[in-house]
Ligand binder design. Structure first.
Ligand code: F6P
Length: 399
């Protein structure tokens, strides 16, 4: 049976969103279905209801986007970052009247199903709207933080790992030329996946992630200085430190730029230590520390082949689920294959974590990547100060 489906992207953008849109349109067109691209997440339904756009404006043809002129026909969408539909980070319609209009907008389009591409925050909101409006929802996980539970991979994460890894490569040479220690602050919200993956791949000497270093303390800073001093005594005069933005300051509070805060603390502590009588710290007298915040660069960049492939497989699965009329599902990557998980299981877990203020899918503190980093001699913080169990019932990922 021919179907009329919608697709929207919600929450922070990331590389690979357009690759999903393109693959959804391609798979749906093969079946003779119609696809409508909802602009700016659920705000698009509001615009429809308010008459600011009409359904014909939203219809996506062929692979979703065409260039004009002699380049017409080039299937370019999967190479572009961002989202041609736009995205929305503040999408929570706390006003019931707005929620009602969004639901009405959905009904006006007469959709058989909706594919929502989102992270933990936006999927939580869309799930509630879908429940109220009785939408036939299929969700696809995306985020550079890789913190959507029940899936080992989310769209955008691998490209962000490549971006950070490449930045670490570039920073290595300037650090080496000036015998400097460079602190690199990496995104990830409350999760350390991005910092851990890129830190190992990019050759970091020290990696600090919230799962292992919830907050900075003076013992940690002393140990970092000791590690840098050891490197310098061995002839390696530069060092790279990767810190995830989720690590907190000495008071356990969030800093605007935790990388700057750490760099300043290392500078102060190293000057103090080299005045001590301990020979292991003598080489710190000339230590210069700088910090770099990679920021939103991590959210853009050409989607990697991995993310494009993941986008294609996730889109195919979403279309299959709609064809089977199996709704209320999150498309997931588990044990090397694409599967789906009921949102009735996923969303309560996310809501519980949001209430507790913990990450819905943190790094596994005893996982293979943490062990690998330690085996490589990467300093991951003070093991004894690690919080062994964040909160009961919180799943952690293998990495
Ligand atoms: O969730 C993706 C993410 O990029 C986080 O890593 C980061 O903390 C946050 O979004 C930044 O959000 P904004 O773009 O609203 O500043």
């Amino acid at each position: 049976m021919n179907k009329r489906i919608g697709i929207l992207t919600s929450g922070g953008d990331c590389p690979g969103l357009n690759a999903i849109i393109r693959a959804v349109v391609k798979c749906a067109c093969q079946k003779g279905w119609e696809v409508y691209g909802i602009p700016y997440g659920t705000d698009g339904f509001l615009k429809l209801e308010q008459g600011q756009c009409c359904s014909e404006d939203l219809k996506l043809q062929e692979h979703g986007y065409d260039l004009p002129g002699i380049l017409h026909g080039i299937d370019i969408l999967q190479f572009l970052s961002g989202s041609i539909l736009g995205s929305l980070s503040r999408g929570n319609p706390s006003d019931p009247a707005i929620a009602k209009m969004i639901i009405q907008g959905y009904q006006n389009l007469q959709l058989d199903a909706l594919i929502a591409v989102g992270g933990d925050g936006s999927l939580d909101i869309i799930y509630d709207l879908a429940e109220q409006g009785q939408w036939n929802l299929v969700a696809i996980p995306k985020t550079i933080d890789n913190d959507v539970p029940f899936t080992e991979r989310s769209i955008g994460f691998r490209t962000a790992v490549d971006t950070v890894t490449s930045a670490l490569y570039d920073l290595t040479f300037t650090a080496a030329s000036h015998d400097r220690t460079i602190v690199v602050e990496v995104m990830g919200r409350n999760a350390g996946h991005l910092a851990l993956h890129a830190g190992i791949a990019g050759g970091a000497d020290i990696i600090l992630i919230p799962e292992l270093t919830p907050q900075i303390d003076s013992e940690l800073i002393t140990n970092i200085c000791l590690r840098i001093a050891q490197l310098r005594l061995s002839g390696r005069k530069f060092a790279l430190i990767v810190i995830a933005e989720g690590v907190k300051n000495q008071a356990g509070a969030k800093e605007k730029y935790i990388g700057d805060y750490l760099a300043q603390n290392i500078n102060e502590m190293s000057h103090k230590l080299c005045l001590s009588d301990k020979p292991e710290f003598y080489d710190l007298d000339k230590l210069e520390t700088r910090s770099t915040v990679l920021g939103h660069i991590q959210r853009s960049g050409t989607p990697s082949s991995y993310d494009r492939l993941l986008a294609a497989t996730f889109a195919k699965k979403a279309i299959d689920l709609i064809a089977e009329e199996k709704y209320n599902q999150l498309v997931v990557w588990q044990s090397g294959t694409v599967q789906s998980q009921s949102l009735d299981k996923v969303i309560p877990h996310i809501k519980q974590c949001h209430q507790l203020g913990v990450c819905p899918s943190p790094v596994n503190k005893d996982g293979f990547l943490v062990q690998t980093a330690r085996s490589l001699g990467i300093y991951l913080g003070n093991q004894e100060s690690e919080v062994r169990s964040q909160k009961s019932g919180v799943r952690s990922q293998e990495s």
